[in-house]
Design a protein around this ligand. Structure first.
Ligand code: WTA
Length: 702
């Protein structure tokens, strides 16, 4: 069980021989790079070398039509493949819903009244079926395993660890429905805690280890969690991140600012590849090993309703505090497992590797739940793609003969920049599916992924979805007969009924562009926002009653394929991480001499989007390096290192461009930030004071 999976013979002998595209110009030979292709068929070599859940585009269409014609029957057939302690009522529809807030409260329920447990379906079911010796996780540490931490964990071992953890959580007072926050590095222990919480019906809230103490404090309070699990620290790249110290600060802040008490902090010693001397608070802090000492390696399953909450994950919106997106057990389970299987054409025996951290939705659905529900073997990676060098991911692919890779465009762009040699030094011929997520992938990065990493023998799956959708929504499914279009997410997933609406709410038929909405419920849809159902209705359902509004724009081409065109609201996307303009702006305004700030996103070669901040200072204050450093520090403290301003624009006394009602005209700021000039400004008649533009554009001010 601890050995590597059986190695299959390489699928292709020589690199590039069957490439559909002309050979890649190598860096430095003076040749102009060839333009990326506009259409590439799903590679024949991929189709021939693999078994398929969906044999062709026509098969997809048949299944898709079934899924929307009778969602109840379609999804219930799939749901019955899972273990239910108590089936949902036979005399009630599997799904009931309302997406129109003018007609009553918004809701979607799937299999309400049925009782199940996602942890049981992810672990116990496989062990009971004799698959306990299959590897669940190959753990790859940060760096290159200098200290011998590389290990594998089988399904049986994982189940035992999850049970011990569940018992420790129960001993800490956690009961079904209670919140548990984790603030941990990426590694086997994090999904272990998630699954343990799920096993006892508790609601996990994973907070990404890169968030600051202030951000963690707000999430602890909003999640109402009395228990937090953290780690002394973690090595990320060459840096040491002191998580326990940050968590201590967060617990104090949660008490001071929100009156929220954390009673128990479980601390994993050495969980992040090093040990730090961390002070422990008596009565509150407990070493993980002590909490688990003597804990039994079996634990009862708490059967919960399909509509009971499974987790709450905070994400950024255009306004206000982060939103706690709540997913429930039954629908999320079915959605996560089904999309994993079909999007990646996962087959038993495949080795899967997703580079996302469990701090984000991708790590929830496509590290913890989707793969384990399918009994898959996966690599879980603590580190970053560029450490110790830009070959790290490709070395991992070669070591485990990874078949399915799932990563982000921002990682691909930075690795592409490092040069093809990092890829070609490793054998990546095991790859069959190349997934991406987080933002639209630019055709150049797509082409590099396809031609260099996949050697034109693997298919690219550009998956569009959101924390709120819980699972894939629009994807170029890996099927025969589909022409892949770099940068296009293409096809609605099973059961997804997308629509484009113009700004007046009229449906855009055929070719055209509009607000991307979803017209019908799907199993893994968010159910509410933590503690604020009204905000859920107003954010996603009130602008276009009857539809779930994604907040993204999309275009439908002549083939009916969907291209995501970016956010239509004030949500920024830096390296695939969502950030609200309001969050960033309120942090900047937290610096004493700042009067006002407005932040827009500008295109960035590696991170996709970067922050460009317009900052208005208090009268008499001049912008300088000290202030810049203060702003950087404030952003780090309030949000975390991911909130890094690329360009600071000190705005003079006339201030920001606003309408008469005081609304900042972000459209104009975006134009200025991207170097737009006078000719591009368009209609500026709504400006309260047109002379602000003179100042912003550096024109002589009247
Ligand atoms: C963007 C991440 C285009 C989009 C799973 C969405 C994408 C937001 C893609 C959700 C993609 C994600 N193509 N845009 N393949 N994937 N997005 O909640 O703007 O962190 O609304 O979920 O990322 O980000 P979130």
């Amino acid at each position: 069980p601890r050995s590597l999976p059986a190695v299959s013979p390489p699928r292709r002998a020589a690199a590039s021989s069957q490439s559909a595209s002309p050979p890649q110009a190598s860096a430095g030979d003076g040749a102009a790079p060839r333009p990326p292709p506009t259409e590439v068929p799903v590679p024949a070599s991929y189709l021939e070398a693999n078994e398929h859940h969906l044999g062709s585009l026509a098969e997809y269409e048949t299944l898709y039509n079934q899924s929307v014609a009778d969602p109840d029957a379609f999804w219930s057939t799939i749901a019955r493949e899972f273990y239910w302690e108590k089936p949902w009522p036979a005399d009630a529809p599997a799904v009931s819903w309302n997406f129109d807030p003018t007609a009553g409260p918004v809701y979607a329920h799937w299999w309400k009244g049925g009782r199940t447990n996602i942890c049981y379906n992810a672990l116990d079911v496989h062990v009971a079926a004799g698959r306990g010796d299959n590897v669940a996780f190959f753990f790859e540490p940060n760096g290159d395993d200098d200290d011998g931490r590389r290990r594998s964990v089988t399904y049986a071992e994982l189940l035992a660890d999850v049970c011990r953890t569940a018992n420790a959580l129960t001993a800490a007072g956690i009961r079904a429905g209670d919140g548990v926050v984790t603030y941990m590095p990426m590694g086997v222990q994090l999904p272990t805690v998630m699954l343990a919480a799920a096993r006892i019906g508790a609601v996990h809230s994973v907070v990404f280890g890169g968030f600051s103490p202030a951000a963690l404090a707000a999430r602890l309070a909003a999640a109402g969690a009395a228990v937090i699990v953290t780690t002394d620290g973690v090595g990320r790249g060459a840096k040491w991140v002191p998580l326990k110290a940050a968590a201590d600060e967060a617990i104090a802040l949660a008490a001071a600012e929100y009156g929220h008490t954390v009673t128990t902090q479980l601390v994993v010693r050495g969980g992040g590849g090093g040990e730090a001397d961390v002070p422990m608070v008596t009565g509150r802090d407990v070493w993980w090993d002590d909490a688990l000492a003597g804990a039994a390696d079996t634990a009862p399953v708490v059967w919960v309703d399909a509509e009971d909450p499974l987790f709450c994950l905070f994400t950024s919106g255009s306004t206000g505090a982060p939103k706690g997106v709540v997913h429930t057990v039954g629908g999320y389970m079915v959605g996560a497992a089904t999309t994993f299987k079909f999007s990646f054409n996962y087959m038993p025996g495949d080795v899967y590797f997703c580079t996302a951290d469990c701090g984000w939705i991708t790590g929830h659905t496509y590290v913890t739940y989707g793969p384990l529900l399918n009994g898959a073997t996966q690599v879980i990676f603590e580190g970053i793609p560029t450490y110790p060098d830009a070959g790290r991911l490709w070395a991992i692919v070669a070591r485990y003969r990874v078949n399915i890779l799932y990563t982000a465009p921002t990682a691909l762009r930075s690795l592409k920049r490092a040069g093809d040699a990092y890829v070609t030094a490793h054998d990546t011929s095991s790859l069959k599916v190349l997934g991406t997520v987080g933002e639209p992938i630019n055709p150049e990065a797509w082409d590099w992924y396809y031609s260099v990493v996949g050697d034109a023998s693997a298919t690219v799956v550009d998956s569009y979805w959101q924390t709120e959708t819980g699972a894939h929504v629009i994807v170029p499914l890996p099927v025969a007969g589909l022409s892949l279009k770099p940068g296009c997410a293409q096809l609605p997933h099973l059961g997804i009924v997308p629509a484009l609406l113009d700004d007046n709410g009229n449906v855009v038929e055929g070719e055209g562009e509009g607000n991307l909405v979803i017209a019908r419920p799907w199993p893994s849809a968010l159910r509410t926002l933590m503690g604020d159902h009204g905000r859920m209705e107003s954010t996603y359902f009130s602008r276009f009653p009857g539809y779930y509004m994604t907040g993204d724009g999309a275009r439908r081409d002549a083939d009916g394929h969907l291209w995501l065109t970016g956010r239509i609201d004030d949500v920024l996307n830096v390296s695939g991480h969502r950030m609200g303009t309001a969050e960033v702006e309120s942090a900047i305004v937290g610096v004493p001499s700042v009067a006002e700030a407005a932040v827009v996103g500008i295109p960035h070669e590696v991170t996709g989007e970067a922050l460009y901040a317009f900052v208005v200072l208090m009268p008499g204050v001049e912008g300088n390096d000290g202030l810049r450093a203060a702003i950087t520090a404030e952003l780090r403290a309030r949000i975390g290192p991911i909130a890094r301003v690329e360009t600071l624009h000190w705005v003079g006394g006339r201030g920001l461009p606003k309408t008469r009602s005081g609304k900042i005209l972000r459209r104009l700021l975006r134009l200025i930030a991207t170097g737009g000039g006078e000719g591009d400004l368009g209609d500026v008649s709504t400006l309260a004071d047109p002379s602000v533009l003179d100042e912003l554009l550096g024109r002589p001010v009247a």
